[in-house]
Design a protein around this ligand. Structure first.
Ligand SMILES: Cc1ncc(COP(=O)(O)O)c(C=O)c1O
Length: 376
């Protein structure tokens, strides 16, 4: 396991080092970005007018008030704009939150597989991180007995990420309530990474934000994932407790004086169109998901629990097939060398279940699904 310092290379970067640079990316977790034309069509906005009206000054460290109001209107029911702090993407939001929330030796519980920074950044903040694996053979559901055993009165923080990266699974309303109750019972914080909220393949499965359900929950979201706009470096932290927000702002001040006013201004214009943008992505993701399902019948060495939300799923290598002898890392490396395709192996997601993250983000990716095989 990697050491917990800022100079430890993230597994995703380490895995890709040494691989050819021109591989076809089949692992992206954000939906295919809209073209400028599509965006103008969906929103009817005149983007040229935005840059003309732009102030060239620093923005407020917590994000402009109008932007934070637009975020709340688009995403939350209970909290208000004073509960929001903007960041440079969700990665920075996670880093700031972990540093503000955690101290050396704090007990943290997270579910695996997991988007690695959610685990690694808690460790970098000095925490002891206990992992509770999702049940791979039961459609990646939560192992409730194991989770209830792991979370105790000494636990400082529980970390969740639903809709889930890399699995693409989701939880029910009842499970969210049970998670909140578990944290409440042990008086611990709940960090909910909600960057894929809005990309549920069926809208009725969209859950309330954790921060709206529990006063010790922190919700994190971003323009990169549900909106498919990683070019806008805008994420945010939603937190109801003033004292914790003050700590969060203090950490942020060490990283950046403020966010990009240009990104914030564009995001502010786009947020009122959230539903239409999510809808566009949802339709494309559902199409690609069907194409993946069709391809799978010709790929007996692979097993996929089809995603219910988000733009990725986790492909398991079947134990009874030729590919059984290889690890996720070997498979992904051979796939890169033999087929020119890039997927990320299980080692990037803190799980021993052999397999890899596969994207359903883009129609062009789906054409390559039949090539997901190697000659071991
Ligand atoms: C679950 C999750 N959280 C946070 C992030 C970071 O988002 P950003 O790239 O916008 O900083 C990602 C990026 O892949 C992610 O998948």
């Amino acid at each position: 396991m990697a050491q917990n310092t800022l100079t430890t290379e993230p597994s995703m970067a380490a895995f890709q080092r040494g691989l050819p640079a021109d591989l076809i990316n089949l692992h992206s977790s954000h939906p295919a970005p809209l073209s400028a034309q599509q965006l103008a069509h969906i929103t009817r906005l005149d983007f040229a007018a935005i840059s003309h009206a732009l102030s060239q000054d620093y923005a407020p460290v917590i994000g402009g008030e109008e932007l934070r109001r637009a975020i709340v209107t688009a995403h939350y029911e209970v909290i208000d704009h004073d509960d929001i702090l903007t960041t440079c993407g969700a990665q920075e939001a996670l880093f700031i939150t972990m540093q503000a929330l955690l101290q050396q030796g704090d007990h943290v519980v997270c579910l695996t597989p997991i988007f690695e920074p959610l685990y690694q950044q808690a460790k970098m903040a000095g925490a002891q991180v206990e992992t509770v694996p999702l049940l791979a053979d039961s459609q990646w559901t939560i192992d409730w007995p194991a989770l209830r055993q792991a979370v105790t009165d000494s636990t400082r923080l529980v970390i969740i990420n639903f809709p889930h990266n890399p699995i693409g699974c989701h939880i029910s309303d009842k499970e969210l309530t049970d998670l909140v109750n578990l944290c409440h019972q042990h008086d611990c914080w709940l960090l909910s990474d909600e960057v894929f909220r809005g990309l549920e393949h069926q809208t009725k499965t969209r859950l309330p934000a954790a921060v709206d359900c529990y006063d010790k929950a922190i919700s994190i979201a971003v323009m990169s994932k549900a909106y498919g706009m990683p070019a806008l470096r805008l994420g945010w932290i939603a937190c109801r407790q003033q004292q914790m927000r003050d700590r969060i702002i203090t950490v942020k001040r060490h990283l950046s004086i403020c966010g990009s006013r240009l990104d914030e201004t564009v995001a502010q214009q786009l947020l009122p169109h959230s539903a239409k943008i999510f809808n566009h992505h949802r339709q494309q993701l559902s199409k690609n998901r069907r194409q993946l399902a069709d391809s799978l019948q010709y790929l007996p060495h692979l097993q996929v629990h089809l995603p219910a939300a988000g733009a990725t799923c986790f492909v398991r290598l079947q134990a009874n097939q030729k590919a059984a002898a290889v690890t996720g890392d070997d498979f992904a490396r051979q796939l890169a060398r033999q087929q020119g395709l890039l997927v990320l192996p299980n080692s990037c997601f803190i799980t021993d279940t052999p397999g890899f993250r596969l994207s359903i983000a883009d129609a062009a990716m789906a054409d390559h699904y039949p090539q997901l095989m190697i000659d071991p």
